[in-house]
Design a protein. Structure first.
Length: 45
């Protein structure tokens, strides 16, 4: 977030999308990683 100089709200795409499900075996780990990276809102269907 800081490296990209983002000062506004960051929202993820839906966490049932292929990029997330292929990269993480556990959705909880993906959410934790996103939030620790500075994401404000995680979309979970």
């Amino acid at each position: 977030r800081e490296n990209l100089n983002i000062t506004s709200i960051m929202i993820t795409d839906s966490y049932d999308m292929g990029a997330i499900t292929r990269s993480f075996s556990n959705i909880e780990n993906a959410i934790k990683k996103s939030l620790s990276s500075g994401v404000n809102i995680v979309l979970i269907p």
